[in-house]
Ligand binder design. Structure first.
Ligand SMILES: Cc1cc2nc3c(=O)[nH]c(=O)nc-3n(C[C@H](O)[C@H](O)[C@H](O)COP(=O)(O)O)c2cc1C
Length: 191
């Protein structure tokens, strides 16, 4: 049978948010970020910016606290015990993720270039995910609450002009989630 490692990796990579305690070594992260930087980017703007929050570092601790506060605030309609549980879980996910980072796209001089830049950074994130997968790790890409924390940019030093692309968690997967896609034929027209 035909074996194509790239296509196999694309199919087999899964989004993961539950990780073992195995750390992600710094040199592995650097390799995946290097792979991210080889994404296609129009006009060679290299529009990606990665803010890596070291595990155990002060930035990670601050974001963990902010995630807790935000989840607590949003949970105002929950019973107290549940509200606290949800808030603690939001903090712990940030603190416990073996690797965690924010990814931004630089704005361009026009809407068109900003759109191209955003698209290029999404390609970079996928490169990062596939590189991690190729070394036995998994990534979770989030555009959820963690990307909307009040005071986030000030805390991590992200320029107010940068466009948020997502928060990335990475580590060794506890389990491999299932996923499915509809058939390519359903989403393709041959004209
Ligand atoms: C731009 C983008 C934003 C995403 N945001 C979230 C998110 O906020 N929370 C989440 O659980 N998954 C998020 N995901 C992951 C998707 O839910 C996931 O890709 C989808 O369920 C398909 O699973 P797979 O990646 O394992 O194939 C995001 C994915 C992308 C591409």
């Amino acid at each position: 049978m035909n074996k194509n490692v790239v296509i196999d990796a694309i199919r087999e990579r899964r989004t993961v948010r539950e990780f073992t305690n195995d750390p992600v070594p710094r040199d592995a992260l650097e390799r995946w970020l290097e792979a991210a930087c080889w994404a296609p980017n129009h006009r060679l703007t290299e529009p990606w910016r990665f803010l890596v929050l070291n595990q155990g570092g002060t930035a990670r601790a601050s974001i963990g606290d902010m995630a807790r506060d935000y989840a607590f605030e949003l949970g105002r309609d929950l019973p107290d015990a549940k509200r606290n549980r949800v808030a603690d879980a939001a903090r712990d996910e940030v603190l416990e993720s073996p690797a965690f980072m924010y990814v931004y796209a630089l704005p361009g001089d026009s809407e068109e270039i900003s759109r191209e830049n955003y698209a290029a950074v999404c390609c970079a994130v996928q490169n990062f995910q596939l590189a991690a997968y190729s070394e036995g790790y998994a990534v979770g890409w989030s555009t959820g609450k963690l990307t909307r924390l009040p005071g986030l940019r000030e805390t991590i030093g992200a320029d107010p002009e940068w466009q948020m692309v997502g928060a990335l968690f990475a580590g060794k997967a506890v389990r491999r989630p299932r996923a499915q896609r509809q058939e390519m034929g359903n989403v393709t027209s041959w004209l």
